[in-house]
Design a protein around this ligand. Structure first.
Ligand code: UDP
Length: 373
């Protein structure tokens, strides 16, 4: 009998490693998940009545510049092209493109800047000049000036992360491109798409292998380890160690759904960058892969919150400029490194704000390192 591997969590990290080990022909792989479904936070069941596919844990838009990762996932799904677009709703102004571009600046400042050079010249007049900018606030102010920084980033960041923009690590803000032209797209990546039959379809195909078995509604307990030669574990690393050094901070999201007969919004996602409680609003019908013939509208608004306020559902690892959460993670990581038969994977196991393509890339690397040992 081939040796057995346990994978804790049927999200992108777990499913990728499960598939690679199964494809090697050397292992039997048992995937467990505490939830009643596969696909982790990418779970996107169809609401048969509304004829809409709804991402239960918030919109997941696949984007990457890594052709290899796209080709790998294309073994398990066809895609529908979708280039993500976001606009912000600004009081007294209306909808404006995000990331900030020429049209955003023209609308906010009632300008008629006609080209990139004039946008750059305009920003040069309003931007700050922090020498050696040390945080996301100063970096944003050096590009856009204090007013646009406050309008689009400071308040959104405060409600999203419950920390000030000056405490936000620079990498988080760098997720958003800086533009001076009219490009209305949220991401710059050359590959942008959504799985034709949903992330559910993609995960079903990934896990459909004679060497893979899946058990849902199954919580990991340490006594399971005895039956397996290795465990790949995507549970929160601090929870595995009974939070002995304290809880790692996470943000979570609550979703508020509104069913309407009709609704007009210019793009699928609207960001609310004001002081209100909501960050985003999604009109599911505008995503090609989610519209299965809907004749009404479902809007979903997002309210960020502490994970303890949302059934301990962890969505975003919170890192700060002062490095306190990162230091806490390193203490758990040091403990994890002492366990020869356990590898922590994914957003919660590695405490990394991964995008989907990044977690697949990292999980492929982990699987190949294990197979080449
Ligand atoms: N952000 C912001 N205003 C916006 C959009 C994003 O200040 O309108 C900041 C905020 O701190 C956010 C980060 O940029 O958490 C990353 O945004 P992204 O849209 O990538 O977040 P995700 O899609 O992962 O929730």
């Amino acid at each position: 009998m081939k040796p057995a591997i346990l994978i804790v969590g049927a999200g992108f990290a777990g499913a990728t490693i499960a598939r690679e080990l199964a494809d090697s022909g050397r292992y039997r792989v048992h995937v467990i998940d505490r939830r009643e479904h596969i696909a982790g936070n990418a779970f996107d069941p169809v609401d048969a009545e509304l004829k809409l596919r709804i991402h239960r844990y918030g919109p997941h838009i696949f984007h990457t510049n890594d052709q290899g990762i796209f080709d790998y996932l294309s073994r398990f799904t066809q895609w529908l092209p979708y280039t993500h677009k976001v606009q912000a709703w600004v009081e007294n102004t209306g909808y404006v493109p995000l990331p900030i571009n020429r049209l955003t600046i023209n609308k906010i400042y009632r300008q008629q800047l006609t080209d990139e050079a004039s946008v750059i010249a305009f920003l040069e007049k309003i931007r700050s000049h922090h020498e050696n900018p040390a945080n996301a606030q100063q970096i944003a102010e050096n590009i856009f000036g204090p007013e646009l920084t406050q309008l689009f980033f400071a308040r959104y960041t405060q409600k999203m992360w419950d920390i000030s923009l000056s405490q936000l690590p620079v990498e988080v803000l760098k997720r958003l491109p800086v533009r001076y032209d009219d490009n209305p797209n949220y991401f710059n990546d050359k590959i942008q798409a959504m799985p034709k039959h949903g992330y559910i379809g993609l995960f079903e195909n990934m896990l459909d292998h004679p060497a893979i078995s899946v058990t849902l509604n199954c919580e990991f307990v340490k006594s399971m380890a005895a039956d397996y030669c290795h465990i790949f574990n995507s549970m929160p690393i601090d929870v595995y160690f009974d939070q002995q050094f304290g809880a790692l901070p996470y943000r979570s999201i609550k979703f508020v759904h509104e069913h309407l007969n009709a609704h007009e919004q210019p793009v699928p996602t609207i960001n609310f960058t004001d002081d209100g409680i909501y960050t985003r609003q999604t009109d599911w019908r505008q995503y090609p892969a989610c519209d299965l013939g809907a004749n009404s509208v479902l809007l979903t608004k997002e309210i960020p919150c502490d994970f303890a306020e949302n059934h301990f559902e962890r969505y975003y690892p919170v890192k700060t400029v002062d490095g306190a959460p990162q230091a806490l993670y390193r203490r758990y990581r040091a403990e994890a490194d002492k366990l020869p038969n356990m590898t922590f994977i994914g957003r919660c196991g590695q405490y990394i704000y991964y995008d989907m393509h990044q977690v697949v890339a990292n999980s492929l690397k982990i699987a190949h390192t294990f197979l080449n040992k």
